[in-house]
Write a protein that binds this ligand. Structure first.
Ligand code: ADP
Ligand code: MG
Length: 396
């Protein structure tokens, strides 16, 4: 599906001052950025704007500040320094966002300059999308650009607000993310296989529901599989289970059948007698889980079944690990499926915080077609929801 909003390509940025919301919400340790993925992801748009003679003001949140002023540990300064290091550009930073000093620094931004403002969440009003906050950001520049895909699902001042007062367009990251994650529902190359795992059915029901509409095969793994087992009448021992969601799980199985979406559930499992680093796994069939055992990973038969399904796919979307991959002895299923996706020529799209962590842990990130930079935002797109940040932009 084509992106339906204007991007930086569709507007004249030459000589203009741009205020761009990016997602520089990066992990820090002792004031140093430990993972610069999100900063790197913003560089193509920054580069484009600089090359097209725009003055660039960047703003972002970082972490969860209290919202009543500066907190040294959550300053964006290390992110600004990292951006300078990665690009070789001269990047200025100002330790304020909303005061006169910030306004003056923005007014001094010339074509080609890059200025990073301090953490937008040092003020509570930002998260409430207070119009005063939005007006303030709009007053700093001629054009608003949204490239913060990771927060595009939040109706907050720095994300949606400025769009009411100045022209607002998308950056390249936002465009690519939305295009990719909505594209799997519009015109996926088939067979389209969706792999959904992780811990809970309750947190993924919207994702499952929407994927069933589009996927040819839906593979289910992880802790959520056990609530599906209950819906099928199997007993699950002490496995993770959500009794309140058995009925919904049953409805999903029925809907999939009606829609012609094939659902694959584990046929065997690695179970253990407790949840812990020292737990020892054993293989049991899905209809024979002992009362005192919990499912920790998919079993070897299931692994083969899932890998074969993935290998036959032209498009794969994956969200949620197949087992408790954080523990070595229960990471095999997740790793095997990840490797099968990596080895295949299919278009592979990965979303979700823990799934991305798993892919990185296995060193397979380079072999995937697209790894989403947004956790919550990517899930909302896959649920079929519109993102407020995107909605606020000018139509193409
Ligand atoms: P994502 O962040 O990729 O969307 P989730 O947050 O839904 O994924 O789920 C990830 C978590 O699910 C991991 O911490 C993993 O240990 C857990 N998990 C996977 N399989 C099981 C299982 N069988 N029992 C308990 N937890 C599980
Ligand atoms: Mg998670």
């Amino acid at each position: 599906m084509a992106f339906t909003k204007k991007t930086v390509r569709d507007i004249d940025v030459d000589g203009k001052r741009i205020i761009m919301r990016v997602d520089f919400n990066v992990p820090l340790k002792d004031g140093v950025v430990t993972d610069d993925t999100r900063i790197r992801a913003a560089i193509p748009t920054i580069q484009y704007l600089k090359e097209h003679n725009a003055g660039i003001i960047l703003m972002s949140h970082l972490g969860r500040p209290k919202g009543d002023g500066f907190e040294a540990a959550l300053s964006l300064r290390p992110a600004a320094e990292k951006l300078a290091e990665l690009t070789g550009y001269d990047v200025k930073f100002i330790e304020s966002t909303y005061d006169d000093a910030a306004a003056e620094a923005c007014a001094a931004v010339k074509p080609g300059d890059i200025l990073v403002l301090e953490n937008v969440r040092f003020l509570k009003a930002e998260k409430k999308n207070d119009p005063e906050v939005a007006k303030k950001f709009a007053s700093y520049a001629d054009i608003f650009v949204l490239d913060a895909f990771g927060t595009a699902h939040r109706a907050q001042g720095s994300v949606v607000g400025a769009a009411e007062f100045i022209p607002a367009v998308a950056g390249f990251l936002l465009e690519k993310e939305v295009d990719t994650l909505t594209g799997i529902f519009a015109e996926p190359e088939r067979p389209f296989v969706a792999v959904v795992g992780g811990s809970k059915v309750s947190s993924k029901i919207g994702v499952l529901d929407h994927l069933i509409d589009s996927a040819d095969t839906l593979i289910i793994g992880g802790g959520m599989a056990y609530t599906f087992f209950l819906a099928k009448g199997y007993s699950v021992g002490t496995s993770l289970q959500e009794p309140d969601w058995i009925e919904r799980a049953g409805e999903m199985l029925k809907k999939a059948e009606e829609k012609g979406c094939k659902i694959l559930l584990p046929v065997d499992n690695i179970v253990a007698d407790h949840f812990g680093e020292d737990a020892v796994g054993e293989v049991v069939a899905s209809d024979a889980i002992p009362d005192d055992r919990m499912g920790m990973d998919i079993g070897p038969e299931t692994e083969k079944l899932y890998c074969d399904a993935v290998k036959a796919a032209k498009t794969v979307f994956w969200n949620g690990p197949m087992g408790v991959f954080e523990m070595e002895q229960f990471s095999h299923g997740t790793k095997a499926v990840a490797e099968a996706i990596a080895d295949s020529d299919c278009t592979s799209i990965i979303g979700g915080g823990d799934s991305v962590a798993a892919i990185n842990k296995f060193g397979l990130a380079d072999k995937m077609s697209w790894i989403s930079t947004g956790g919550g935002a990517s899930m909302e797109l896959v649920e079929g929801k519109a993102l407020p940040g995107v909605e606020a932009l000018l139509d193409a």
